[in-house]
Write a protein that binds this ligand. Sequence first.
Ligand SMILES: Nc1ncnc2c1ncn2[C@@H]1O[C@H](COP(=O)(O)OP(=O)(O)OP(=O)(O)O)[C@@H](O)[C@H]1O
Ligand SMILES: Nc1ncnc2c1ncn2[C@@H]1O[C@H](COP(=O)(O)OP(=O)(O)OP(=O)(O)O)[C@@H](O)[C@H]1O
Ligand SMILES: [Mg+2]
Ligand SMILES: [Mg+2]
Lengths: 250, 250
Amino acid sequence: MATILSFGNQKGGCGKTTTTCVTAELLANKGNRILVVDLDHQGNSTFWLSQQSPYNFTGKTVYHALQERNPLPYIYKTSDYLHLLPAEDELEEFDRETDYYILKQTLAPVMNDYDYIFLDLPPSTGIRTRNGLTASDFVVVLLQSDPLCFEALERFLRLMQTIRDDYNHSLDIAGILPTMLDPRASADRQIIDEAREDYDDWVFTTEIKRKTRLKEFSIGGVQERYTEDRMALRPYKSFVEELLGRVTTQ
Amino acid sequence: MATILSFGNQKGGCGKTTTTCVTAELLANKGNRILVVDLDHQGNSTFWLSQQSPYNFTGKTVYHALQERNPLPYIYKTSDYLHLLPAEDELEEFDRETDYYILKQTLAPVMNDYDYIFLDLPPSTGIRTRNGLTASDFVVVLLQSDPLCFEALERFLRLMQTIRDDYNHSLDIAGILPTMLDPRASADRQIIDEAREDYDDWVFTTEIKRKTRLKEFSIGGVQERYTEDRMALRPYKSFVEELLGRVTTQ
Ligand SMILES: Nc1ncnc2c1ncn2[C@@H]1O[C@H](COP(=O)(O)OP(=O)(O)OP(=O)(O)O)[C@@H](O)[C@H]1O
Ligand SMILES: Nc1ncnc2c1ncn2[C@@H]1O[C@H](COP(=O)(O)OP(=O)(O)OP(=O)(O)O)[C@@H](O)[C@H]1O
Ligand SMILES: [Mg+2]
Ligand SMILES: [Mg+2]
């Protein structure tokens, strides 16, 4: 029975897609069966994991899976262990829906095919994000070290609370992950320290530093050939260990 | 008669709010009358320009101005020269609309009160962004130096073309602004060079480098007290000169 994790925060550009895809690749490399569902019509995780334009999937995306409540015909196998439910522009049509349970129903047929299902949420608090949270067991909330993202955090946690109260009582927070931290900048440090004070052990011990190499993985996927790759991945590997500790004991 | 500029790209976190607010503050300091319209329900430019929580404006936001096709009761004066039409969560209700001309009609009563009206677009290609582009004379398209943002650029330009063909024949591109460039990273350099090759003189000569100081302006607004402030603002000042050259001669 798959554990479903959302990666979210409505603030744009805080590391949702990067964290979803790097974590998925690292866990698939350890032999876990992973399905990544791209819920952003920009198709960034589609681009990252398939190394193709999202438009190559037009007519065969998560939008169609949601309409039919059946993902099977639309799953793209990037490898034996890592599968993708791709997205492109058409997914925006889904925003006219009002039912929060569509995604949960759509994933039901494949719950036994995977160890983890990851949901890459879009930068908004609309119906796609609400479907994602309603279908999830856990949420990884991204916190880029900046004032606007810190401000967005509180609102995202409140939305999670609403979903938990009214739609998905078993929704739980996996944790708050600091991303793109610039170790030289005191302002970055202050934001994360403030988050640790306010949210205590919800905040992962691991902090992901800003490293250009991580951006480059979006072309060609995660690699571990060079020292530079391994250096960039090290914080994500410790994040994966921490994450597994938080989501598997339940 | 105000010139209306949109700051956009549906990719999250590419510098739309930062560029809108820094440019607005720099132009207001030069004696231009500026109205910033926050079209993102996250309310990031509201937070930046008012230094208050967006929730302080609940019930008195751009959402209400749009419903009544009249902005006047909802304009917040941050200074004599810089005014704000604030946003918060309720603006998401606007996404059920299908009319592209609502914002244009709403701004009509104040067109003679300002030199420039800036629209801070949300990270999406939905009805708010389409209203923004339909109301605009020019668009500044943000390009963060990263593969996902470069991929998003083409789609955003295509959306602009659709709006220009079907809804707003006078829509024009002001330019593509490289942001958050890390001068040490060759991958960043490659992305911008590729953009210059593909899009030629659409790309501004000015490139905004990544500087933590710019993040900090979101708390307390633009300051020019210390050398560090002036260093961080220098690329934005040269951007403002270039921008004025591109939008005023028309
Ligand atoms: N640790 C990091 N170091 C350097 N760059 C990073 C890091 N994490 C993410 N990035 C870059 O920051 C940008 C934003 O990241 P990403 O696209 O993953 O965020 P997102 O939250 O998914 O954005 P959106 O809101 O558009 O969905 C991307 O260019 C990505 O490559
Ligand atoms: N030149 C820069 N140097 C360093 N940080 C920057 C720079 N420009 C923007 N930032 C930071 O990058 C993050 C994203 O910027 P911003 O919020 O302006 O983007 P956006 O496109 O408006 O995001 P959204 O998609 O959520 O609306 C913010 O933390 C901001 O402070
Ligand atoms: Mg993303
Ligand atoms: Mg913004």
